[in-house]
Ligand binder design. Structure first.
Ligand code: ATP
Length: 366
């Protein structure tokens, strides 16, 4: 099912007397989510991710704007009639019920024609339990399950009514690193096999990048960019998006452009055709450095860290806004660690320019 948000705004009353005006948690968001996609809603704490999810589920009513499921305007529809499955960070399972009892729970409230017999409920529960691979644990209580298994029960419970839309709010944050990896693959697999349009909220960019068809990057209640993970990584619309995606993060420099050349620390490091003379913020991805003893970009060499396939050249530059630069280069490149400095060529496709004040991207021609 396609989901459309139309000029959606959510304001909360501000209880802080010193600050005037409402808290704008979601600020005029318009967006179309294609049917069957897995969407990662990504942004820093407080950017409005959970509020957006709660507006979609119907737990919150928008101050302005509309929500459509397919062609239906569901803005005023109560949550129980929206056909939405919800999974929260704390799995919120019923401790005294078995796995079977927990998964059956949403089916017990069905009324009229939809009402099911106990056997029908259990058959449906078993079906989704198989999908999330917990069908061998149906008689256990939640405290007899691992965190990952509990999360699967929560997902099965959200799926049992075959929702039109599945919403996951930080579903992996209570899991340890290994389980997080495994469970995120699971979410991808379950989403593929059910084809249910799914939105999952995370503040972890790597998590969002790894499994999403589409990523929505939010900040301060507004959407900064929507796109496929690789597209957003390769072509960030502004400095916020550029710095939010990528590990190690992009390196940001105070720089300037003069005569269509980019200067960092007084040295011309790259041709930037079509860019007017100005002070600028330049950002370079860690893989944007190419070792070259005659390279135009020179930095103070600190150390080389071996990472297996690649090495990380840790160096410093006075114009870099971070303490250290991590240039990721192939492990067969020879860095002369006896030298005080290291030189690189910059790969044009990995260097981005941003307006110094607004942070908006400045495009280089060609
Ligand atoms: P996190 O990742 O920390 O959960 P989030 O991106 O999900 O953050 P929201 O929970 O959507 O952010 O909150 C967005 C903004 O709205 C925040 O500034 C928050 O303080 C504010 N907010 C959320 N709920 C309320 C409320 N009931 N009353 C007042 N302000 C609220």
């Amino acid at each position: 099912m396609k989901v459309t948000l139309q000029n959606l705004t959510k304001k909360f009353p501000n209880r802080n007397k010193k600050v005037k005006g409402d808290v704008i948690a979601v600020d005029d968001v318009s967006l179309e989510i294609p049917d069957g996609t897995l969407v990662g809603l990504l942004g820093p704490s407080g950017c409005g991710k959970s509020t957006t999810l709660n507006l979609l589920s119907g737990l919150l009513q928008p101050t302005e704007g509309k929500i459509f499921f397919g062609d239906d305007d569901v803005t005023r529809l109560p949550p129980e009639h929206r056909g939405v499955g919800l999974v929260f960070q704390n799995y919120a399972l019923y401790p005294h019920r078995t796995v079977m009892g927990n998964i059956c729970f949403p089916l017990e409230n069905l009324k009229g024609e939809q009402k099911l017999t106990k056997q029908q409920m259990q058959e449906k529960a078993l079906e989704v339990a198989k999908l999330v691979q917990i069908d061998g644990l149906m008689e256990r209580k939640p405290n007899e399950l691992s965190g990952g298994q509990q999360q699967r029960v929560a997902i099965a419970r959200a799926l049992v009514k075959m929702p039109r839309l599945l919403l996951l709010d930080e579903p992996l944050s209570n899991l340890d690193a290994r389980l997080r990896l495994q469970t995120r693959e699971e979410i991808r697999r379950i989403q593929r096999s059910t084809g249910i349009t799914t939105i999952f909220v995370t503040h972890d960019q790597e998590e969002a990048m790894s499994i999403s068809d589409l990523i929505i990057v939010m900040k301060d209640g507004a959407i900064h960019q929507v796109g496929k993970p690789q597209e957003i990584y390769d072509d960030p619309i502004d400095l916020f998006v550029a710095t939010f995606l990528g590990t190690p993060p992009i390196h940001v420099f105070d720089a300037n452009v003069k005569g269509e050349k980019l200067y960092i620390g007084g040295k011309a490091v790259l041709d930037v055709p079509g860019v007017a003379d100005q002070d600028i913020t330049a950002a370079i991805r860690p893989e944007g450095f190419e070792l070259d003893e005659n390279g135009a970009f020179e930095a103070e060499l600190d150390r080389v860290e071996v990472m297996g396939r690649d090495v990380s050249v840790v160096c410093r530059h006075e114009n870099c806004q971070a303490d250290a630069i991590r240039a990721i280069i192939p492990s067969d490149a020879q860095v002369d660690t006896a030298k005080a400095t290291v030189r690189f060529d910059l790969k044009p496709g990995k260097v981005y320019l941003f307006h110094k004040e607004t942070g908006k991207r400045i495009r280089v021609e060609g």
